[in-house]
Write a protein that binds this ligand. Sequence first.
Ligand code: MN
Length: 302
Amino acid sequence: MKQLRLIGAPTDIGAGRRGASMGPEALRVANLQQALQQHGLNVTDGGDLSGPANPQQGPVDGFRHLEQVVAWNRSVHEAVHATLQQGQLPVLLGGDHALAIGSIAAVAQYCREQGKKLLVLWLDAHADANTNTSTPTGNIHGMPVTSLLGIGPDQLTSIGGKVPALQPDAIRQIGIRSVDREEKQHLHELGLRVYDMRHIDEHGMRVTMEQALSGIDADTHLHVSFDIDFLDPAVAPGVGTAVPGGPTYRETQLCMEMIADTGRLASLDVMELNPACDVRNQTAELVVELVESLFGKSTLIR
Ligand SMILES: [Mn+2]
């Protein structure tokens, strides 16, 4: 059985609203490690990374806090890559979604070193494919997908040593329902595979996941980048940028169980949990349940 390693990245440096910096601790309070251990998984908590404080400044050249975002991502990259090299499965506890740049750059680098195919499932209400010119806010948590695809400043795009870190066909986005006007054009030009909420409405979560998981084989490293705002805010209020009309509790459970069924999950980001927006830590407790499902908890023996 794989050994999991929790890596806390307590920062909201890339977000507009503050509070995701408290995400890792809220997940610990909701007993993430203990819940996973109860399923027989070997889980160590590597504690929290450290990095610069949030200076709460406005955008410069369309980026807020670029220097601090780079520093945090370097440290995430190093921790995730070292964890993979030690044969452990990294579970990054965010923190805002800008940190997926360092995390996925590390996973992509590891896959190149190992000769593995990488597939990234991006579960999110937002496409996170802005640039410094298309962003309405300058918040870098709206730019990780473009950065990973090689669009953006060198300090961000080259963190994993190769630009681009990913090809567009290595990413599949699910649950998308909020895309900025110019961002829509980026998605189209990049040819990203996006299973938006309309797709889920029309085809259901089961067919959507069959499509999103198609082509996975024994040689695939599956990475899940889970932005908690993927979920409908009625069940998951503890996020900074809630968008109505997301997957229900049951649809999300099915999504997680179908990912678990592939047996290929090899790294995970749990991002954008914002305890300042939550109600009695209910979103953290829900996330713990969903992560249990991702690692194979099921109602019956199937
Ligand atoms: Mn996101």
